[in-house]
Design a protein around this ligand. Structure first.
Ligand code: XMP
Length: 510
């Protein structure tokens, strides 16, 4: 285990991903985690992330010197590097100019961090402060033209500091540097793989569940499908999967999910479909606030489950397909601010009627979940389905949700997806969908005035769904989609294309 201590930097998840790409398991914790807890976990290495603060200012995130005296290798990145120097007796100051972007890096290959790393390469910098004086016992191991201490280390104490960001792919040799740290300096084996994960999870699930009954919330998305199949491998008949059709699914999706996982499908999951559409529309009537909508959808989802569970008899555990980015974005892991309350995590009401929740994928990133899916023999077309959020079209309809609006967005989205697939872009775009703005405007159709809704199309490319760029879809394709939507979907007279990246936008609209 390697621990990533999060000081609020924007790249904290990337650090964890890169470490895992070296087949080393790691977890992110807030810098506020107690030193005793760290000792208990006994990690092989600790990485301190970047962060937006200045370490010499009062009230800035910090850590006691003890952390650097545990004998566990520590690697500080950016803010983490400055903090290490500050705490260990070096000096950090504000630079005259901010260094941001690519810089020419020269490293000393004698450093264990830089063994087999090209002597000259490009690195990615993003900092205001700089290390003006290294702490006693340290030695400078890398420089850039603007940064006298791009890296320094104290080998005897196993302390390493890097001012730039090795986790960002613009740093050409970054992956090699991180792998040098976790494999060579920390001595990790690098044997954490998905087949081990599956085996370990199956064992852990069996131990935890015993003879208990388990209810699984199956949405048909990648995460819950992988969770359900994993559970069924572990405990077979003790599992019941309930699929709630909340009326906020994509067009035909309810029937498709039933075809795959239902009694006539490939899996034996004790599949139950609940048609709760009207119940959701009732609850959402008149509700416009995005967070309130999310909470209602999340709560209603649990209520429906409780009712199903009562029909089945005593249920001990509830399974959810929560994955790591959901946990982090909900403000439960690390230091990141709460962006939205995620359906699977934050939206959970307090009075859940189950003994415990099982979240077997809670520590995994999306690409890792897909690997587990393939490992479990789930067909590729299911594993590589584009993500669909728990609250469904509820967060793709801005403002009040009504049955009529759901129908509009379902039809528009269906056309959009059909046209994208026709030109073969369906596997290369990260996520794409239609949403409904809460805006109506004047138009003209067949000599008549219209006053109808505007649909917005979104398509983004992303590696980890934490940041995203709008995808460049050929204009002819957009044009075709626009014309089909206007002609085929009643109630729409305008189509927009959203070019906003994340940040500042989010991928969904609410
Ligand atoms: P945002 O809109 O937060 O989306 O940029 C990032 C990714 O998360 C998905 N998403 C959700 N998934 N429950 C989910 O299971 C949710 O409440 C939720 N909100 C957003 C979104 O589709 C995108 O892939």
């Amino acid at each position: 285990l390697v621990i990533v201590l999060d000081f609020g930097g924007q790249y904290n998840q990337l650090v964890a991903r890169r470490v895992r790409e070296c087949n080393v398991y790691c977890e992110i914790y807030s810098y506020k985690v107690d030193i005793e807890k760290i000792k208990e976990m006994n990690p092989k290495g600790i990485i301190l992330t970047g962060g937006p603060n200045s370490c010499y200012e009062e009230n800035s995130p910090t850590y006691s010197k003890e952390l650097f005296e545990l004998g566990i290798p520590v690697l500080g990145l950016c803010y983490g590097a400055q903090l290490m120097q500050h705490v260990m007796g070096g000096k950090v100051e504000r630079a005259d100019v901010r260094e941001y972007g690519k810089s020419n890096l020269t490293v000393n290959n004698n450093s264990p961090l830089f063994s087999d790393v090209a002597k000259d390469s490009i690195c990615w910098m993003s900092h205001f402060d700089y290390i003006s004086q290294i702490a006693p016992g340290f030695e400078i191991t890398a420089t850039t033209p603007d940064c006298p201490v791009a890296a320094c280390e104290n080998i005897a104490q196993n302390l390493y500091a890097i001012q730039f960001h090795p986790e960002v792919l613009h740093t050409q040799e970054g992956t090699k540097m991180l792998s040098n740290f976790v494999l060579n300096v920390c001595g990790c084996q690098g044997d954490w793989r998905m087949d081990c994960f599956v085996e370990e999870q199956i064992k852990a699930i069996r131990e935890k569940v015993g003879n208990g009954k388990v209810l699984c919330a199956l949405s048909g998305g990648v995460d819950s499908s992988v969770a359900a199949v994993l559970l069924s491998k572990a405990i077979g008949n003790q599992l019941t999967c309930v699929f709630v059709d909340h009326g906020l699914l994509r067009k035909n999706e309810g029937d498709e999910v039933e075809a795959i996982f239902g009694p006539n499908g490939n899996y034996d999951l004790n599949f139950i479909r609940v048609n709760a559409q009207q119940r959701y529309y009732e609850k959402l009537k008149g509700i416009e606030d995005p967070e309130t909508k999310r909470k209602i959808i999340g709560e209603e989802f649990i209520r429906v489950f409780e009712e199903e569970a009562q029909k089945i008899g005593t249920v001990d555990f509830l399974v959810q397909g929560t994955i790591y980015p959901d946990v982090v974005e909900s403000g439960l892991g690390g230091e990141s601010a709460v962006i939205k309350s995620h359906h699977n995590v934050g939206g959970l009401p307090d009075c859940v009627d189950f003994k415990e929740i099982i979240e077997p994928l809670r520590d995994l990133f999306k690409d890792e979940v897909r690997k587990v899916g393939l490992e479990l023999g789930i067909p590729e077309y299911l594993v590589f389905r584009q993500p669909f959020p728990g609250p469904g079209l509820g967060i793709r309809i801005i403002g009040e949700v009504t049955e009529e609006k759901v129908k509009i967005v379902q039809d528009a989205d269906f056309i959009y997806r059909e046209e994208i697939a026709k030109v073969g872009l369906d596997r290369s775009i990260g996520q794409y969908f239609a949403a409904l703005t809460n805006m109506r405007s004047v138009g003209v159709m067949g000599d008549e005035r219209t006053y109808d809704y505007a649909v917005v199309l979104r398509a983004v490319n992303t590696i980890d769904f934490m940041t995203a760029e709008s995808a460049e879809i050929p204009y002819q394709v957009l044009n075709k989609v626009m014309s089909r939507i206007i002609n085929e979907v009643r109630g729409v007279n305008r189509v927009f294309y959203d070019i906003t990246s994340k940040p500042p936008g989010t991928i969904e609209f609410e």
